[in-house]
Design a protein around this ligand. Structure first.
Ligand code: AGP
Length: 631
């Protein structure tokens, strides 16, 4: 009946980053599920759902478009008593992020409910065959096809849920981590995985805690079973755990005692979220480039550009509007847009732009850069721009955020949830996205030559390794940080597209270590700020070998001549500077457009180590919030 293994599904093979949670035991399921989802929101948060099976075998199902807080608002006030349940937070791939596509999904007879992370690659084949058997579908998802397929097999083979799951998974190609309940077997939850993470916490009272990673489990138990690929586990309210392979052969589950605390797991063993997020940047570069930098085809693909080519190609100018670190990303991008896309570009503080009554042209492309997508000042820029016919394009890290929903088009930075108040990985991803866009425009306009374009693509692909090189040895940065602890003021200096990095480096150290720091174009020093130079006011100079390197070296000599202390961020292999300055921190050489993405990393680390050394609250600095949703 079913041609197992047909493959028409997802052709990009990307894995969903959803989060699944499940519970069965003596306690109330709902609070465990909701708190567990909250800890998995980094895996996706464009829609969420929870289902609890009560003692009358009624399944209370609540689903929302939006994040877990939104789900909580809806479900908290509803009926959700019960000791068995499953829940899900979604990062949409198949089907828009809406309620219909949110999980849990149910079989059409309503008996079986399922949450799924992964991609069922042959779902279109299965869907067609199930439809031929009279099955209807309420969503666009592959996950709903799977729950219907399980229901079909349970009915066809008149078997318990675990067996129906086993039979069905034989007919599935792709990846999955699933948790399944059946109101005809209220005493059980069945889980299984292939290529997607899944952990089962073993509670001392016989409860079981199911999750995509151990973060939601650790508050309850440190004893964890990690099913292997193609293993199916039946968890029962009586505390039994039955594990089998795809052939139905019984297996003995191996229980691991996890030493890390939940807090440590959330930080992957780092001391702070900011430290974790700085070190996530190589992987963030990969995620951000996935499906966009196509090395084999020697091309960049930005969906928002392809869908709106005319607007970008014919833009009279690009008006970048942002705040804080995102504003610095815009300043970096301006060099790319003007030098490589020949598109005039202005960069505006959103807090100024919103009140300045700016001239906005219908041929403007207004680029709103925002990690959170909820910054009030940046949101305020969108309405006037759209009223005057400008095209609004968002570069954002949170899908379905206000800015994303208001914009005409959007590119997600895919940096993953950023928890540290000081933005790091979102910044480098913003610069990368904007550089990709500038290259697309420049190439399409014919103003960026094929050789330059290919060189940029090749260097982009190297970014993760280059970042890993910088992150592999923090010793020089730690030593320099230790000398800065008593400092009261610093200067950060750069030229060209490194000038915005000087600003960003100054902002980082200001906002988490509370040392006053000022970023400045180094060429401007002689117009006033050089009066500040003295041994107690150290300077950090970004002096990489691109742009007017020789002029920067001259500026360094001017500062040294006035007893200034200098730490230089230099290009690996540069032997000139180390003879001149107090410290040198090296970064690999790469395309000039990508150098800012590398030079900011030592400055992020420097700020981090100084803040730690000064005993500051790195992740929640005083007076600040992660997202400034008010004026
Ligand atoms: C960055 O380290 C700061 N936390 C802050 O400047 C931030 O960049 C700014 O508030 C803009 O936030 P957004 O990117 O979420 O819009």
């Amino acid at each position: 009946m079913f041609r197992y293994g047909g493959h028409e599904g997802n052709d990009r093979g990307e894995k969903k980053m959803c989060g699944i949670v499940g519970y069965i035991g003596k306690g109330e399921a709902y609070p465990v599920l909701i708190s567990g989802l909250k800890l998995l929101e980094y895996r996706g948060y464009d829609s969420a759902g929870v289902g609890v099976l009560d003692e009358r075998k009624e399944f209370h199902l609540y689903k929302v478009q939006g994040n877990v807080s939104r789900l909580k608002e809806v479900a908290d006030v509803q009926e959700h008593g019960g000791h068995v349940g499953i829940a899900h937070t979604r990062w949409a791939t198949h089907g828009a992020p809406n309620v219909a596509n949110a999980h849990p999904h149910q079989s059409q007879d309503g008996h079986i409910s399922l949450v799924h992370n992964g991609i069922i690659e042959n779902y279109t084949v299965l869907k067609r065959e199930l439809a031929g058997l009279g099955y209807g579908f309420k969503s666009d998802t592959d996950s709903e096809v799977l729950v219907q397929f399980i229901s079909y097999n349970r009915q066809r083979y008149r078997c318990p849920l675990a067996e129906a799951v086993r039979i069905s998974l034989h007919g599935v190609t792709g990846s999955f981590a699933i948790a399944v309940v059946d109101d005809r077997e209220p005493e059980a939850v069945v889980v299984a995985r292939r290529s997607c993470p899944l952990a089962v916490g073993v509670g001392k009272d016989g409860s079981y805690y199911i999750a995509s990673d151990i973060t939601p489990i650790l508050p309850h138990t440190k004893d964890v079973v990690y099913p292997d690929d193609d293993e199916i586990v039946r968890l029962s309210a009586g505390g039994e755990m039955e594990m089998m392979n795809m052939d139905g052969v019984r297996l003995t589950p191996a229980v691991t005692h996890v030493e890390m605390t939940a807090d440590q797991v959330e930080k992957d063993g780092y001391d702070h979220y900011m430290e974790k997020e700085i070190h996530q940047q190589p992987q963030v570069m990969r995620e951000c480039m996935a499906g966009r930098v196509l090395l084999g085809e020697n091309r960049i693909y930005i969906e928002a550009f392809e869908a709106n080519r005319e607007r970008f190609m014919n833009a009279s100018r690009i008006v970048i509007v942002a705040c804080g670190t995102s504003w610095h990303a815009g300043l970096v991008a301006r060099y790319a847009f003007e030098q490589y896309a020949h598109t005039p570009c202005v960069v505006e503080y959103a807090s100024e732009y919103r009140y300045r009554r700016p001239v906005i042209l219908p041929t403007d492309v207004v680029v709103v850069i925002s990690q959170s997508g909820e910054t009030a000042d940046s949101i305020a820029a969108i309405g006037p721009a759209k009223e005057r016919g400008a095209f609004v394009y968002a570069v954002c890290n949170v899908d379905n955020s206000t800015i994303v929903r208001m914009a005409d088009a959007c590119t997600l930075t895919k940096a993953g949830i950023e928890i540290g108040v000081a933005s790091t990985k979102a910044f480098t991803a913003q610069v990368l996205v904007l550089t990709m866009l500038a290259a697309e425009i420049g190439r399409a306009k014919g103003v960026m030559g094929g050789g330059e374009y290919s060189a940029l693509i090749n260097d982009m692909v190297q970014l993760p390794q280059y970042m890993e090189y910088i992150l592999s040895d923090e010793s020089a940065i730690r030593r320099f940080a230790a000398t800065l602890l008593p400092c009261r003021s610093m200067l950060y200096l750069g030229r060209g597209n490194q000038y915005p990095i000087a600003l960003e480096g100054a902002l980082k150290i200001k906002e988490i270590s509370y040392i006053h720091a000022e970023g400045y174009p180094i060429g401007e020093m002689k117009h006033g700020p050089i009066a500040l130079i003295e041994p107690e006011v150290p300077s950090v100079v970004i002096a990489t070998k691109c742009g007017e390197y020789d002029k920067t070296v001259s500026n360094i000599q001017e500062i040294m001549a006035r007893q200034g202390r200098i730490t230089a961020i230099a290009t690996k292999g540069d032997t000139v500077l180390e003879k001149m300055v107090d410290n040198v921190i090296y970064v690999p050489d790469t395309h000039p457009l990508l150098m800012p993405i590398l030079t900011v990393v030592p400055l992020q680390l420097l700020a981090y180590h100084v803040a730690v050394g000064r005993g500051c609250n790195v992740d929640q600095p005083r007076n600040l919030a992660k997202s400034v949703t008010v004026e």
